[in-house]
Structure formats: C-alpha cells, structure tokens
Design a protein around this ligand. Structure first.
Ligand SMILES: [Zn+2]
Length: 108
C-alpha cells in the first residue's frame, strides 16, 4: 500500500496535552527527569510512528509562515520572506509546495 499521498491525522490540542502529561508521569515513575524538549521530541516520534502528528506550532514571526512536518513528526517553517509570491517553500534543507497533503499554507 502506498500512502505517501495521505496526510497523517493531526491530534487535537487536548490529546496533545494529555499525551505530554502521561509521558511525563510515566517517565517520572522510572525516576527519569526529562526536559520539556526531550518529552516533546520523544512524543512527536511516538506519534509519527503511529501515523499521527502533533498540532502545528504557532509560526515564528519574521519569515513565511508555511509549515511542513518531517518523517519524525517535527514541524519545519519556511525561512523565506513573508508573503513570497510562489507556493514553493523551503527551510533551507527541505523544499515543499502548498499542494503537499500535510503542508500548512502561509497564514495572513
Ligand atoms: Zn514560504
């Protein structure tokens, strides 16, 4: 089955918060204190392996606000000028278009 053209489901903010809390609790039970960054990265990888995505982050100001998740579920933001004319975006490493099934087009 080729599902590369199918967007993964983005979980809700509530599901996201519940999952972060659960992960922190389980890690704590093992005496492990994880940084918030570590929790989020582990969670995004777990979600991605289950075919799910964390909600896209609020875009950073100053560049184009188009977003795209990678294979590990990390969201990347376009680093080109805000409001650039074409629908092709890049973070300097990846290049994608608004037609990508998981792309979040620029806002505003
Ligand atoms: Zn862009």
């Amino acid at each position: 089955m080729d599902d590369t053209n199918t967007a993964r489901r983005i979980i809700t903010e509530d599901e996201y918060q519940d999952t972060v809390e659960l992960l922190c609790e389980v890690a704590g039970r093992h005496g492990t204190r994880l940084s918030a960054d570590a929790v989020v990265h582990i969670m995004e990888a777990l979600l991605a392996s289950a075919g799910l995505l964390a909600p896209p982050p609020a875009p950073e100001p100053g560049t184009c606000t188009a977003l795209l998740p990678d294979d590990q579920g990390m969201w990347w933001q376009c680093e080109e000028d805000p409001g650039h004319a074409d629908t092709s975006h890049s973070d300097g490493e990846f290049r994608w278009t608004d037609e990508h099934p998981e792309a979040v087009p620029p806002q505003g």
